[in-house]
Design a protein around this ligand. Structure first.
Ligand code: ATP
Ligand code: MG
Length: 659
């Protein structure tokens, strides 16, 4: 890394954040990428100008790319803001766009879904096959008395039936809620109580890390303890047969999936729904507190997801798109299932652990299926970095043309490793910032953008974000502040399920009229955005407000560090000081030597200070073999902070024991 100069420090109490990191590397788009891109730099400039001059017209054009049963009376109805209604008066169904319309085109016999199980078994479904499977499941749900507005909870591993169940529910106007297969009975019960589903679709079990994990028992335990209201609504538990285990079935309530769909016709009508009709409830990943039941609606969501996937991942008919997210997360909803299917591309779904049976599994998946676009999370990149470059080097990764990441700030170190060793310095790394709540990419480079490792670059055309201080005033370039979204966007959440007041309070109250993201960021002199961390995790060290991401990125640039997290702990003199939790690379001999001499922590503290300047006071370094993460791999700093300060650890329902 190049030598760092601390950039600017904000006046005390100004509500802005100090900027520490100064990453100077830039990556210009290669001519081949520019020549092939759907959106070349001129197109991007035109789109930005269009979005600025006629913002609603701009999103209306995006909506025209999809099929509707009835067009809208208004692109945006803001009469009940912040309960915005996109495409008011329109009627549609996202499944019509994701499946039905392809059956009339050359996509009919194209592969929609490639699935690979952890043991190595595979399944492939064309659009026509997926369409017929979805129709059968939709008919079965209807035959069981489930319909428009009912909730269908899907507690599944990543299987083709997970995708089929989501689409079948949406097709009949039911509202799906996918709950991660790795959650405990207690977490599942809380979500059942909140969503009160009419049906639960699950599996007998699945393969993870070479073991069979049973699942149906978790559903039984959750249902046995759920509220009377939830029990009264539940009609059916449908069980996919995936593994060989004894599975208890309750008469009248439980049914095997293959029996459930067996005699159903493979044509089913697609419900015509109001654009504002809810498509799904999805609980946030619980990094900062108890998960929230985020609601998305058919119309706006399909427009936002469709447009942003096309821009960012520049889809071509020949693409094999692998987004490694579990369908149970928003990334899985938008960019494993709905986005790629609306685009008519081939989406890849992998069931198991990315390191099973060996650390090269992910790369063998890329090679086996000829993956062209790989979209993943920093935690997996860090995990794979620990195994060194020899793993990817053993595989042919030449089909890859674009890489992407999401979910956490990616350190410049991890970014450049991904770029060099996976992308072989040919593939842009697209760092996409968005949330369960936003439904679609909000801030992201396009393949033709100039890239700076660690920066999410600029908002997409039609998306207006800013970085502001406590009072809502934009902070000068170079300083950090709160990331807000100043205008509604099509794929925005419509509410929090059962709690519209919380929707208003959590997102729209802090800066009236703007959406508060809960993240802190800074804009550099080129207008590029750098996510500095969560607002909840900001530290106040000797009057300097400091986000976690930059300190962590500085530590991560030390060759001995595999992964790290920074939290603030109270200090009598400075108010707060930074404490680092560090996981060291286990394959580096110098580390063992440093550990023996007790020099590692001083070495790390000095390294951070050299990188960032004297504001970066790390008081203490604690070595760990792993960091606490939530189920989708995000570091839970609030837990480390609670441990260090003796506070209560709060909601732990999403804590992972897996990674
Ligand atoms: P909860 O809201 O329950 O605490 P969560 O915020 O982790 O959970 P998600 O909606 O899955 O739930 O994650 C969105 C958050 O992930 C963002 O607010 C941001 O903090 C982080 N994030 C997403 N993408 C990026 C990115 N590219 N760079 C940095 N951070 C990111
Ligand atoms: Mg969040």
């Amino acid at each position: 890394m190049s030598a760092k100069q601390p950039l600017c420090t904000a006046p005390e109490g100004s509500g802005t954040l100090d900027t520490l990191l100064c990453e100077e590397r830039v990556f210009r788009p290669m001519p081949r990428i520019v020549a092939e891109a759907n959106m070349n730099p001129q197109d991007v400039a035109i789109a930005r100008a269009r979005a600025e001059s006629d913002w609603l017209g701009f999103w209306e054009e995006a909506a025209e790319e999809l099929s509707w049963f009835r067009k809208w009376d208004a692109v945006l109805d803001d009469s009940a803001a912040p309960f915005y209604r996109w495409f008011a008066g329109a009627r549609c169904n996202i499944v019509y766009n994701a499946l039905d319309r392809h059956i009339e085109t050359a996509n009919k016999n194209k592969l929609a879904l490639i699935w690979e199980g952890e043991p190595g078994d595979t399944r492939k479904l064309t659009y026509y096959e997926l369409y017929r499977e979805v129709n059968k499941a939709a008919n079965a749900l209807r035959a069981a008395g489930i319909g428009k507005g009912d909730r269908v909870l899907i507690h599944m591993p990543p299987l083709p039936e997970t995708v089929i169940a989501m689409l079948a529910a949406a097709k009949i106007g039911a509202v799906h809620s996918v709950v991660f297969g790795g959650f405990s009975a207690r977490s599942l019960r809380d979500r059942i109580n909140d969503a009160t589903p009419a049906a639960i679709i699950t599996a007998d079990g699945f393969y993870r890390n070479g073991r069979v994990i049973t699942l149906k028992g978790t559903v039984d335990a959750a249902v046995a303890k759920c509220s009377g209201a939830a029990a009264a609504v539940l009609k059916k538990v449908v069980v996919v047969h995936r593994v060989l285990v004894e599975t208890a079935m309750k008469e009248d309530r439980d049914v095997w999936y293959h029996d459930f769909v067996r005699d159903q016709p493979d044509e089913a009508f697609t419900e015509s729904l109001d654009a504002a009709h809810p498509l799904f409830i999805l609980y946030t990943s619980g990094t900062t507190g108890a998960p929230k039941g985020i609601v998305h609606a058919h119309g706006g969501y399909m427009v936002g997801v469709n447009r942003t996937l096309d821009w960012v991942f520049d889809l071509k008919p020949t693409d094999i798109f692998w987004c490694t997210a579990d369908p149970a997360w928003i990334t899985g909803h938008s960019y494993v299932v709905y986005g790629p299917l609306m685009a008519g591309t081939t989406t890849l779904l992998y069931e198991g652990h990315p390191l099973y049976p060996e650390a090269g599994r992910a790369w063998s998946v890329v090679q086996r299926w000829g993956v062209t676009v790989l979209y993943t999370v920093p935690t997996l990149i860090r995990m794979l970095m620990r195994f060194g470059r020899q793993n990817p080097d053993r595989h042919t990764l030449g089909t890859l043309r674009l890489l992407g990441t999401v979910g956490e700030p990616i350190s410049p170190e991890a970014w450049t490793w991904f770029h060099k060793h996976i992308g072989r310095s040919r593939c842009p790394v697209l760092d996409t910032w968005w949330q369960t709540e936003t439904g679609m990419f909000m801030i992201s480079p396009l393949p033709v953008s100039l890239l700076k490792p660690g920066s999410v670059t600029r908002p997409l055309p039609g998306v207006e974000v800013d970085v502001v201080d406590e009072s809502g005033a934009p902070v000068p370039h170079g300083q950090g502040g709160y990331l807000v979204i100043k205008k509604p966007w099509p794929a925005m959440l419509t509410t929090i399920f059962n709690d519209p007041e919380a929707y208003r309070r959590l997102y729209w109250e802090r800066f009236p009229g703007w959406y508060f993201s809960g993240d802190v960021a800074r804009k550099d002199e080129d207008g590029y955005l750098w996510i500095q961390g969560r607002a909840d995790d900001v530290m106040l060290i000797a009057g300097h407000r400091i986000g976690t991401a930059e300190l962590e990125a500085a530590l991560a640039s030390h060759p001995a560090v595999a992964e790290c997290a920074i939290v603030g702990v109270p200090d009598e003199i400075r108010g707060e000081v930074a404490k680092a939790f560090v996981v060291l690379h286990d394959d580096q001999p110098p580390v063992a030597t440093m550990m023996m001499t007790g020099e590692t922590d001083q070495d790390l503290i000095e390294h951070a200070r050299r990188e960032l300047g004297p504001v970066a006071v790390i008081r203490e370094v604690e070595f760990r073999s792993a960091l606490p993460k939530n189920k989708n791999g995000k570091i839970m700093r609030r837990l480390l902070r609670a441990e260090s300060t003796g506070q209560s650890t709060g909601d732990l329902s999403t804590l992972s024991t897996d990674i």
